[in-house]
Design a protein around this ligand. Structure first.
Ligand SMILES: Cc1ncc(COP(=O)(O)O)c(C=O)c1O
Length: 393
């Protein structure tokens, strides 16, 4: 079968190989601890389930407007006012099938062949693929570990060409968990305004932050920056609703209209009852979000301490999301392996701990660990990693 050119270079997710191997070992009866999860391990809060169930039994099971129900858009509008102090008209909001679909649709309507999007590395694995699917070109800029993996204004300035259309800012970040401070965003925003570059601000981990550094959206910093920014967000991570598939984008009217038109011919509306669930998530009690954040915060503190106590493992301390992204280069060398990928495979085979190699995120010296599993399992995983590193010294 001759497939289209656009999918010829599409690479499978970097987590796939290790997940498949972990599954194989589990099926063979081994006690594998998976640290690859990209979703909270909590149940969707009760009041959200009830709202969806009620909607379903009341017959809210038909098409809705392609860009989302008015009610959910109003709930998002209110959330943006309350949390970010930002006012958006309803026609500046589109509800999508998860944040991933918001990003996909955005790149489809934004990019022409050869248009460049600046992607700070380490990056979330889907950005480059989505940009390429829209015939754009991802331009990677290595955000330095010494600078907590944050893009600097100088790096941004140097990466800009006349083809640059947008830059992605993901704070808190997957995979590093780091967050930009207000002043850093101001400086980056200034460069974007100077060169008229759209800021794609992926704020999906907004609610999962664990330090005094508050989440700030670049769009909050000035009216001109608001104009220059598309915010991507959703309920997947904040309300433990990954399977419901509700995300959104807010920004320029023309852009949102084009995205809605595209959705109307490709996916139609996001699932009707999932939209009611998301509405309940935003308008109901936020206590479950706070409880989840507290549990993640405790896990982060403990896992971070356990990890950095292991010889050869160094880690920028995350401030948000639910990942650690340690540099294991020294451990890999000390243990006699050539690459991080080989080290990760041996760790899985010998100690039955599954990590995700950083190569897929554009950072080959690192690994990603998710702490979306219980504290007990995290402690056991840390003990096993320690034993592995010591056994190979
Ligand atoms: C940085 C980032 N953006 C977007 C998404 C997509 O979220 P959703 O599940 O709502 O599509 C993810 C999910 O892992 C993510 O890590």
């Amino acid at each position: 079968m001759e497939l289209a050119n656009r999918v010829q270079t599409l690479t499978p997710s970097s987590t796939l190989a290790i997940t498949a191997k972990a599954k194989e070992l589990r099926q063979a009866g081994h006690d594998v601890i998976g640290l690859g999860a990209g979703e909270p391990d909590f149940n969707t809060p009760e009041h959200i389930l009830e709202a969806a169930s009620k909607a379903m039994y009341e017959g809210f099971t038909k098409y809705t407007p392609a860009g989302g129900t008015i009610e959910l858009k109003q709930a998002i509008q209110k959330k943006m006012q309350q949390d970010q102090g930002l006012d958006y008209d309803l026609d500046q909001i589109i509800v999508t099938i998860g944040a991933k679909h918001a990003l996909y649709t955005l790149f489809q309507v934004l990019l022409n062949k050869g248009d460049e999007v600046i992607v700070p590395a380490p990056y979330w694995v889907s950005y480059p693929e989505q940009i390429k699917l829209a015939e754009g070109k991802p331009v990677f800029v290595d955000a330095q570990e010494e600078n907590e993996f944050k893009l600097t204004p100088e790096q941004l300035e140097n990466a800009i060409t006349e083809k640059t259309k947008a830059v992605i800012i993901n704070s808190p970040s997957n995979p590093t968990g780091v967050m930009y401070e207000k002043e850093e965003l101001e400086a980056l925003g200034e460069v974007c305004l100077k060169h008229n570059i759209l800021i794609v601000s992926d704020e999906i981990y907004e609610k999962l932050t664990y330090t005094a550094t508050e989440h700030v959206s670049v769009a909050e910093l000035s009216p001109t920056l608001k104009e220059q920014t598309v915010i991507i967000n959703g309920v997947s991570k904040s309300h433990s609703m990954t399977g419901w598939r509700i995300g959104y984008a807010v920004g320029n009217k023309q852009l949102i209209k084009a995205m809605s038109n595209l959705a109307s011919h490709s996916t139609s509306n996001p699932t009707s009852i999932a939209q009611v669930a998301a509405e309940a998530a935003y308008s109901g009690s936020q206590k479950p979000v706070a409880d989840m954040r507290e549990a993640f915060s405790e896990r982060l503190e403990k896992l971070y301490e356990w990890l950095v106590a292991i010889p050869g493992i160094e880690c920028v301390k995350p401030k948000g999301a639910f990942y650690l992204f340690p540099n294991v280069k020294k451990a890999v060398e000390m243990n006699g392996f050539d690459t991080v990928d080989e080290w990760v495979t041996a760790l899985l085979e010998e100690e039955k701990v599954a990590l995700v190699p950083g190569s897929g995120f554009g950072a080959p010296n690192n690994v990603r660990l998710s702490y979306a599993i219980s504290l007990e399992q995290l402690e056991e995983a840390a003990n096993r990693i320690k034993r592995f590193v010591e056994n190979h010294q």
